[in-house]
Ligand binder design. Structure first.
Ligand SMILES: [Ca+2]
Length: 310
């Protein structure tokens, strides 16, 4: 056996069977591991395919696995001279293994890969991060996410962290959020700089997000949680009151929703957000608290029974 292969960690690259395009020797065994920025996927394209053909590619073959080791799920096993379709990884890693059992005077194979970001997200909650978060994003990125939660819910989006190259009109790097499932859906905001955007809510069960970076000045990027939310509109102050201590902190108190009681909320600039919590009311420990009116309730979970009065 002759060792060959490589560990590939750039965001794009290429590799080929040893000796390409002048065939290969018998008993080659090569492994390539591709690993790109966390949060990105790999698209792999074969640019040349000419291996000894055998039934089920039993003898010479190249195998692609969806992960980082030899038992990761098989994406394809190839031989002969038919160029495979492009292969896209599920996560940020691929495993490629080449074996030969005879000397071959054909070409061998060659392939190119590239990191891609974004994608379709069909889940009721999760986190979206800029590629390489919390480390700096890379230049010249364009990532599009399409989030879809369960029918008849809204998509709620709250930012945990936000740091994107600042510009007055966000002309360099930015995050764009749209109310729907395409680039032509109504714009909810285009964001850059160092202030966390306010919470965002879609009017349907879909939200479209695009992150763009230009050729220079990279920052840490963003992390945002999305969740399926049901939001009730209400007159200010009509849902309840409570105590809150500082923006972003948890408050305590009671909030009434059409379906039950919410007990726990966080205070965000310009608004109060109520998340229905568990059975335990959190006690406020700080002295400099203020009474706030609760104006919006985003339902995550409604307890079966009202909590005890404060
Ligand atoms: Ca930039």
């Amino acid at each position: 056996m002759v060792g060959c292969g490589d560990s590939l960690q750039e965001s794009s690259g290429n590799f080929s069977s040893p000796g390409f395009p002048n065939g290969y020797s018998a008993y080659m065994h090569c492994i390539w591991r591709i690993s790109v920025t966390p949060g990105e996927k790999i698209i792999l394209n074969f640019t040349s395919m000419d291996l000894y053909r055998s039934h089920l590619c039993w003898y010479d073959h190249v195998e692609i696995r969806d992960g980082y080791w030899r038992k990761a799920p098989l994406k394809g096993r190839f031989c002969g001279d038919k160029l495979p379709e492009p292969i896209i990884s599920t996560d940020s890693r691929l495993w490629i293994e080449f074996r030969s059992s005879s000397n071959w005077v054909g070409k061998g194979f060659s392939a190119v890969y590239e990191a891609i970001c974004g994608g379709e997200v069909k889940k009721d909650n999760g986190q979206i991060q800029s590629p390489n978060y919390p480390d700096d994003y890379r230049p010249n990125k364009v990532c599009v996410w399409k989030i879809t939660v369960a029918q008849s819910y809204h998509v709620g989006l709250t930012f945990q962290s936000f740091e994107i190259e600042r510009h007055d009109s966000c002309a360099y790097d930015y995050l764009e959020v749209r109310d729907g499932n395409s680039e032509s859906s109504p714009l909810l905001g285009r964001f850059c700089g160092y202030d966390k955007p306010d919470d965002i809510k879609s009017s349907s069960n879909q939200l479209w997000m695009k992150f763009v970076s230009d050729g220079s000045v990279n920052k840490a990027g963003f992390a945002a949680n999305f969740f399926k939310g049901e939001q009730w509109s209400a007159l200010p102050g009509k849902l309840g009151t409570g105590m809150a201590c500082s923006p972003g902190s948890l408050g305590t108190g009671m909030a009434r929703s059409p379906e039950g009681w919410a007990q726990e909320w966080s205070v965000l600039p310009g608004r109060v957000h109520v998340h229905c919590g568990d059975d335990n009311l959190r006690a406020s420990r700080l002295a400099s608290c203020v009474v706030v009116n609760i104006v919006t309730v985003v339902r995550l979970h409604v307890p079966a029974t009202p909590p005890p009065a404060l």
